[in-house]
Design a binder for this molecule. Structure first.
Ligand code: SAM
Length: 285
């Protein structure tokens, strides 16, 4: 519903959501509630027409209290434009291109995400970082490239074959001294770091593995990161599934629950950013 005339329904019953169907939205009940039955109570919904904006790539909140603020909805034309405006170092481009021929290439973060991670590390002046989920190394290399002399990135990954590619690129980029590769289950690595007395000594952490473990990784990393340090969680929008009450597979539920818990978690300040598949930046208080 990003272009042309569409309708946005405002609902009062949180159990009922809407899915766009062409220019109209149909009310849909979450699975498990009133199976197959669609209950429509017209008086409960306020219907408002979106103004038609030529070439508009924006959406508005259905709730008028957001002041009809239009926000960007990234389509493929705009996404290409964003990619054209990323400063991607040559070595990262080479790694991305090599990875694109491999199984699982869709797992690597996008260049705009990698650039944001590197920017956060630089803003923080981070020297000690952790990554959970390395794959072939795209996000870890973007962080390692901006670490200062003597900086360290603990890179946790369980797959040895992916790590071979990552290691080759750390070597070519001249950052292997900065990257401490931990081959194994990330939770075990993080627990042993805590046991080794490394608590509260890290500046920055990035989580991009095993969605069902998000809360566990977050709890472990909160112990390892210092006050003022940052933990970035990837895939928090999970291809949009988190916002669809009809989707209740275990990974979606895990991320949705993580997001819900985070809203109440006063140990951190948070900002959910709709970049890539969604990232939440958490700053430890
Ligand atoms: C989404 S990919 C990471 C992509 C990477 N951040 C990048 O930008 O290229 C997730 C990785 O986490 C690894 N992984 C999954 N579960 C893990 C676990 N329990 N411990 C360590 N690594 C794990 C997978 O083998 C996979 O390589």
């Amino acid at each position: 519903m990003s272009t042309g005339l569409g309708f946005v329904h405002q609902w009062r019953n949180p159990l009922i959501a809407f899915r766009s169907s062409g220019n109209y939205s149909l009310p849909i009940l979450p699975s498990g509630r009133g199976r197959g039955l669609i209950v429509v109570r017209p008086n409960c919904y306020k219907v408002k027409a979106l103004k038609s904006l030529p070439n508009s790539d924006t959406v508005e909140a259905a709730d008028d209290s957001y002041g009809r603020k239009e926000v960007i909805s990234v389509n493929s034309r705009l996404y290409h434009y964003i990619l054209d405006n990323v400063r991607e170092p040559k070595i990262l481009r080479q790694l991305r291109e090599e990875t694109s021929t491999m199984r699982g290439s869709q797992m690597q973060v996008s260049p705009d995400q990698a650039q944001l991670l590197a920017m956060l590390v630089q803003i923080l002046g981070a020297e000690k970082c952790i990554e959970v989920g390395v794959y072939t190394g795209y996000s870890s290399l973007s962080v390692a490239l901006v670490l200062p002399e003597g900086g360290q990135l603990v890179a946790c990954e369980r797959d040895a074959k992916s790590l071979e590619v990552a290691q080759r690129y750390y070597d070519s980029a001249g950052v292997s001294e900065k990257v401490i590769v931990k081959h194994g289950l990330a939770a075990d690595t993080l627990k042993s770091m805590i046991q080794n007395g490394e608590g509260s000594s890290y500046d920055f952490a990035f989580v991009d593995a095993d969605k069902k473990m998000y809360q566990d990784y977050f709890e472990l990393l909160l112990q390892l990161v210092r006050v003022g340090g940052v933990i970035v969680m990837d895939n928090v929008l999970w291809h949009g599934r988190v916002a669809d009450p009809l989707v209740n597979d275990s990974k979606t539920v895990s991320i949705r629950n993580f997001n819900t818990n985070l809203m109440e978690d006063d140990r951190v300040s948070i900002s959910m950013v709709p970049i890539g598949d969604g990232m939440t930046i958490c700053r430890k208080r």
